[in-house]
Design a protein around this ligand. Structure first.
Ligand code: CMC
Length: 421
């Protein structure tokens, strides 16, 4: 039988091809819908709209499955390093030893940023949110590396990828140091990518610093879990901006801005702020559960619910275990963790959350780990961005290599008909 979908409109029948993804996800190909029928589709928030075909990440929200390039997220989180995952996402396969060595060496070679970045950084008030600073500094990378990326030149494009992966953690750690009023650290070339990130964040001029295994292993896991998540808001932004043939760096800067919002990456900061609020209010979780369910109250249970997952977010499971390990090893007894556990328990048993399939998402527990690791709340989303960087690069690359057309949705106009002044 022919794989077509019939559409009957005003008594006339139209056929549209059916597309099947490699995991048997069916979709109607409506590329010719408007040309054939004069109709467009209306789908605010793109809840039913596939914006592209992609080979990078597979996500089954009903089953709670997440895989990068075919590898399951727990396999990667337990058995690889973040930089191997970055290579996997961007180039399609896990690196062989010599490829990994070259990749890491190249990143080390490009890790210095122009000293004038310090002038830009200095001009921000100390109170500026690190995500705003990071987005600006990432945009500024183009000014310091002005040759636009020629995606037809393998060498140019590789260099752009390396520049970003190398300089981004430096800029990110500098936003943190600036906020804290601390001297800026330069990368340490003897260290691995994640070790080096920890070094740049924590190293004090008056003390030696050696990242503990717990710290590096937790950071590594967190970065891997955040590395890609198919067509989420920030990634779609990166692809959309890049589809106008804007360069890689400004496209990533736009992704950072999209990630900042509390409904997306900013939720990790919002979760801790919410848990703090509940604690300071006396710890009555039931009161806040009631607020979350009250349609007249804008309060939402941050860290709960997901556009795609209608089951446990598989990342949340891994993070919850990692959070327990980190708190245990560091001997931290965090009262907000107790509140988080109580809230989770109550929500998982509450018909409002059960009926709407609202489960804890990745951001519910990540903030607790960051807090235990001494990372300030405003920096949580920056940590997310460091993790998401390889995913954004991989998705931008795929979009350009697939020669996708400029992103330009249509609309249904609901304003005035023609009128005169
Ligand atoms: N607390 C209370 N009610 C909720 C929540 C929540 N956290 N999330 C969804 N709902 C309700 C919502 O009110 C709606 O109810 P009704 O059907 O009665 O109108 C129903 O559940 C469906 O919600 P929606 O807003 O239509 O779902 P969405 O797919 O548009 O939004 C979401 C997904 C993640 C934006 C939303 O669940 C949310 O705001 N969660 C809190 C913020 C958060 O944790 N964001 C992080 C997402 S994961 C990491 C990332 O993407 O970066």
């Amino acid at each position: 039988m022919e794989d077509k979908v019939d559409l009957i409109y005003r008594g006339k029948s139209y056929k549209f091809p059916l597309i099947n993804g490699s995991e048997d996800e069916p979709a109607i190909d409506i590329k010719t819908l408007r040309a054939q029928t004069g109709l467009i589709t209306l789908d605010p928030g793109y809840k039913n709209t596939g914006s592209c075909e992609s080979e990078i990440t597979f996500l089954d929200g009903e089953e709670g499955i997440l895989r990068y390039r075919g590898y399951s997220i727990d396999d990667l989180a337990n058995n690889t390093s973040f930089i191997e995952v970055a290579y996997l996402l961007i180039f399609g396969d896990l690196p062989k030893l010599d490829q990994l060595q070259k990749f890491e060496d190249d990143i080390r070679d490009y890790a210095l940023v122009d000293e004038d970045f310090k002038i830009i950084l200095k001009s921000f008030p100390k109170s500026a949110h690190p995500m705003g600073i990071l987005s600006s500094l990432t945009s500024a990378l183009i000014a310091f590396n002005p040759s636009s990326v020629d995606i037809n030149s393998e060498k140019d494009f590789y260099e752009a990828i390396i520049i970003l992966l190398a300089k981004f953690p430096v800029l990110a750690s500098w936003t943190h140091r600036k906020m804290k009023g601390l001297p800026l650290n330069y990368p340490n070339y003897d260290l691995s990518y994640t070790d080096n990130l920890a070094y740049m964040i924590y190293k004090m001029p008056n003390k030696d610093f050696r990242a503990s295994t717990t710290l590096v292993s937790a950071l590594n896991k967190l970065l891997i879990l955040h590395a890609d998540h198919e067509q989420n808001c920030s990634t779609s932004t990166v692809r959309m901006v890049g589809s106008s043939h804007a360069g890689l760096f400004p496209s990533i800067a736009s992704g950072i801005s999209a990630l900042w919002g509390p409904l997306h990456g900013g939720a990790n900061q919002a979760v801790i702020e919410m848990l703090e609020e509940i604690k300071n209010d006396g710890g009555d979780t039931k009161k806040f559960m009631a607020k979350a369910k009250d349609k007249n109250d804008p309060f939402r249970l941050m860290g709960f619910g997901h556009r795609v997952y209608k089951n446990f977010d598989p990342r949340a499971k891994i993070i919850k275990t990692a959070a327990d390990e980190v708190l245990d090893e560091l001997g931290i007894n965090d009262p907000v963790l107790e509140i988080a556990k109580k809230l989770e328990q109550e929500a998982l048993e509450d018909p409002y959350f059960v009926d709407r399939k609202l489960y804890p998402n990745v951001d519910f527990y990540s903030g607790i780990i960051y807090r235990a690791l001494g990372i300030p709340t405003e920096m949580f989303t920056v940590m997310f961005a460091i993790g998401r960087l390889p995913g954004w690069i991989a998705q931008w690359k795929e979009m350009r290599f697939n020669k996708e057309p400029i992103g330009r949705p249509r609309q249904i106009y609901t304003g005035h008909k023609h009128r005169k002044v």
